[in-house]
Design a protein around this ligand. Structure first.
Ligand code: FAD
Ligand code: NAD
Length: 480
């Protein structure tokens, strides 16, 4: 006999669990099928983000940032500490506690909202029937009015660098190293490569990042990627562009990596650990029966329309498993949108206003289009830029690297993009997101009152600079 629900969500990551909670809040009888299992064989909610992604990586970034400050910054403030050391096991234990608290918190939210958690692997069959296989192999069936597929993504493996336990690792292994590797290699200068490279470099690893492309952070605004490359290099990160890994070999607890360089020469590098971070792919393995009616696109993502509807009636898909950026907040917003639609409400996401953050120090954050994209589209633009070196708050914090760059339409003054590299960029970017979401002009921001002293004033000044009228910077134009 099958259990019946208004809504069944497959996957309990930030896409799926948010969709399930929203569905239940809107009065739908909701179940969430999740296969993730703890050491104690209990179900674990939160998906990649809470367990092996956003949250544990930020916990390690925060711990190592504090360590770096204690070692290198405190003295200038007049603080003496004696010798500073890092207990890696304690750092990892703190990270694990945060992860446990958060995942248990989501389980608590399910209970509070009346979402039924079903532990097992879900497979969508025809006509919104879901087969669930439990860890012991037993099978059951659910019947749903609507289904949301939220199965997420998994790391891409490359044939020249197969994973080798504790030595050649993906993001899961990179978040759990038991000691600081002296020589750390990373394949891929993307988001994970830079964040995890930052963590281990702050603790003393010599980090070499091998990037196949000959451009650094190729899709970001050129001013931002140029500044980031300069700062990361100054911090000691060795980022090698045009470096193609052709093979790896683990011998005596170290890994030899064969690299073909941009100039065609080859070399072999030796590391104690190697992190493979070359991107992620949608996770559809076993998710769909042959007659489910759901179609995959040519890249393996579940095919959906703008409102995340698949080709099968009543079946939606959200998060990393569908097109668009692989970001937790994008997955969650899609989850809320789809639950709203299923409950009969109108909902739509503004995909032009999704912020990105890379949590190095300084952080990088952006929203909207880059200067290069807009110029290629033939849009006439005005650019306002303000350096944190001219910000009183940044000086007080000893954190003056980077800038805010605001791009507005030259005709309408509407804000089209904002690109920040600097301390707390992850928080600052929200102001540009809100402004863009509300269709603000640069002048709207320029006429807004910002607290002094604050890093946010750099956004105000960048908005003033769009028309050449920044106060704390030499101006290009005389005010009319
Ligand atoms: P997931 O979080 O992958 O969740 C999918 C869930 O579905 C999993 O729990 C899985 O067990 C379950 N599942 C899969 N198939 C089945 C099945 N057949 N039956 C039952 N259950 C199933 N994003 C950010 O926005 N900010 C960050 O700072 C950030 N940092 C990251 C750091 C790292 C190291 C990594 C790897 C990723 C990071 N991301 C970050 C990306 C973010 O984690 C993902 O975009 C997000 O988790 C996607 O959410 P999701 O719900 O689509 O999928
Ligand atoms: P990524 O797409 O960000 O970067 C992968 C990099 O690897 C690219 O620069 C690519 O050119 C390079 N690459 C690919 N194949 C290669 C090869 N064979 N040799 C050398 N370099 C190669 O992917 P990622 O860093 O694995 O992260 C995956 C996704 O997870 C991100 O795109 C992002 O969506 C998400 N994520 C987000 C955050 C965040 O929001 N702060 C943090 C971590 C991960």
């Amino acid at each position: 006999m099958s259990q019946e629900f208004d809504l069944v969500v497959i996957g309990g990551g930030p896409g799926g669990y948010v969709a399930a909670i929203r569905g239940a809040q809107l009065g739908l009888k909701t179940a969430c099928v999740e296969k993730w299992t703890s050491d104690k064989e209990a179900p674990v909610l939160g998906g990649t983000c809470l367990n092996v992604g956003c949250i544990p990586s930020k916990a390690l970034l925060d711990s190592t940032h504090k360590f770096h400050d204690a070692k290198h910054e405190f003295e200038e403030h007049g603080i003496s500490t004696g010798e500073v050391s890092m207990d890696v096991a304690a750092m990892m234990a703190r990270k694990n506690t945060i992860v446990n608290n958060l995942t248990m918190g989501v389980a608590g939210l399910f209970k509070a909202n009346g979402v039924t958690l079903i532990h097992g692997t879900g497979q969508l069959q025809k006509d919104r029937v879901i087969k669930v296989t439990a860890a012991d192999g037993s099978e059951s069936q659910l019947k749903a009015g609507s289904v949301i597929l939220a199965a997420g993504s998994v790391p891409i493996n490359i044939p020249p660098a197969p994973l080798v336990e504790d030595i050649v690792v993906d993001n899961v292994g990179a978040l759990s190293l038991s000691e600081v590797p002296k020589r750390l290699g990373i394949i891929g200068a993307g988001v994970i490569g830079l964040e995890m490279g930052t963590v281990w470099q702050r603790l003393g690893s010599d980090v070499v990042v091998l990037e196949a492309m000959d451009t650094f952070l190729g899709t970001t605004d050129k001013d931002l990627s140029k500044e980031a490359a300069k700062i990361l290099k100054k911090q000691g990160m060795n980022i090698r562009l045009g470096a193609l890994v052709t093979g790896t070999q683990v011998v005596n607890n170290e890994v030899k990596v064969a690299v073909k360089k941009a100039d065609g020469d080859s070399e072999t590098l030796t590391f104690d650990k190697l992190i493979v971070a070359v991107g992620r792919k949608p996770y559809t393995e076993g998710l769909l029966s042959a007659d489910s009616g759901v179609v995959l696109d040519e890249r393996g993502f579940v095919h959906v329309n703008l409102r995340c509807k698949t080709d099968a009636p009543g079946v939606y898909a959200i998060g990393d498993i569908v097109r668009g950026p692989m970001l937790a907040h994008k997955a969650s917003e899609e989850g809320m949108m789809v639950a709203d639609i299923i409950a009969g409400h109108k909902a739509l996401i503004n995909y032009d206003c999704i912020p990105w953050v890379i949590y190095t120090h300084p952080e990088m954050a952006w929203v909207g289009k880059t200067e290069q994209e807009l110029k290629a589209e033939g849009v006439e633009i005005k650019v306002g830029k303000f350096p944190f070196a001219a910000s009183g708050r940044a000086m007080a914090a000893n954190d003056t690297q980077g800038f805010v760059k605001l791009i507005a339409d030259a005709q309408t003054d509407r804000i089209l993009g904002c690109h920040i590299i600097g301390g707390n960029a992850s928080e600052l970017i929200a102001q540009a997101v809100i402004a863009m979401e509300f269709g603000s002009s640069a002048e709207d921001l320029a006429l807004t009152v910002f607290a002094h002293p604050s890093l946010s004033e750099a956004i105000h000044e960048a908005a003033l600079a769009v028309d050449g009228h920044a106060i704390h910077m030499a101006n290009r134009k005389k005010r009319k």
